[in-house]
Design a protein around this ligand. Structure first.
Ligand SMILES: Nc1ncnc2c1ncn2[C@@H]1O[C@H](COP(=O)(O)OP(=O)(O)OP(=O)(O)O)[C@@H](O)[C@H]1O
Length: 236
């Protein structure tokens, strides 16, 4: 029986322009899976298939054993954090995060408390009235995490969330991700081209090459050497 948060792609194929993708994989429920590989290998496309921004030509996308292949992104049990464009510039942080709870921003008193608690949790206590433009890059990413937290979805999808940050901040954000993951136990899929990020946060690793999954291993095994030249070279 599948864990209710396991993600599976079964016989998925997709053509986009000249690029062809074929994915067959299982992302273990309750684990952090890093999706890595060189530029253009298909990492974002794999994430977009799980999120619902792309639909396979063939095959199925399953979350917790439920076929979500034809569900709209808003109907899937997922939260998303991207590298940027996470926040609406004209809305303060309380509203930006409140959108994670209710897209019409009809928030109860309990919802407002949940927003403030999430801000506190990511180290932004008291930032409710601040506009995104007044925050540093790291603070904006923390706010994006806070919004993902209040959604309380079974699956958290992150596409290069820390790529724009300096190395210290990147390390701090990875640590925060691992800490929050320990508390929520949700299934995390993080797209990254940063080998350090894979080392720091992954329980499981998918290495993509030319639109296919070239390596699919627990992180410990992956990091000790895969025998696949491209993957081992990538991690050096
Ligand atoms: N809508 C599209 N139309 C045509 N080609 C596309 C489309 N979307 C993606 N591609 C192509 O598919 C390939 C994989 O793209 P994808 O963004 O998934 O790679 P990636 O591994 O995330 O790359 P990067 O690390 O550079 O972000 C690329 O060659 C890209 O140009």
């Amino acid at each position: 029986m599948s864990d209710d948060r396991t993600i599976a792609l079964a016989g998925v194929t997709l053509a986009l322009g000249n690029a062809a993708f074929a994915f067959d994989c299982t992302l273990p429920g309750g684990a952090i899976t890093a999706v890595t590989g060189s530029s253009g290998s298909g990492k974002s496309t794999l994430l977009n298939l799980v999120a619902g921004f792309e639909t396979p030509d063939r095959g199925q996308v399953l979350i917790g054993g439920t076929d979500v292949t034809h569900l709209h992104p808003s109907e899937r049990p997922v939260s998303l954090v991207f590298q940027d464009n996470n926040l609406f510039a004209h809305l303060d942080l309380a509203s930006n995060i409140g959108l994670g709870i209710n897209p019409a921003l009809k928030l109860s008193a309990a919802d407002r408390v949940a927003v403030s608690t999430a801000l506190e949790r990511v180290g932004l206590a008291g930032f409710e009235r601040r506009l995104p433009g007044t925050l540093s890059g790291g603070e904006r990413q923390r706010a994006a995490f806070a919004r993902a937290l209040v959604r309380r979805k079974a699956v958290l999808l992150l596409d290069e969330p820390f790529a724009a940050l300096d190395p210290d901040l990147r390390a701090a954000m990875s640590a925060l991700l691992v800490e929050l993951h320990r508390e929520t136990g949700n299934t995390v899929m993080i797209v990254t081209h940063d080998p350090q990020e894979v080392r720091r946060s992954a329980d499981h690793v998918l290495f993509l090459d030319h639109g296919r999954i070239a390596v699919d291993l627990p992180a410990e095994t992956f990091l000790s050497g895969t025998g696949v030249a491209e993957a081992d070279a990538f991690m050096r």
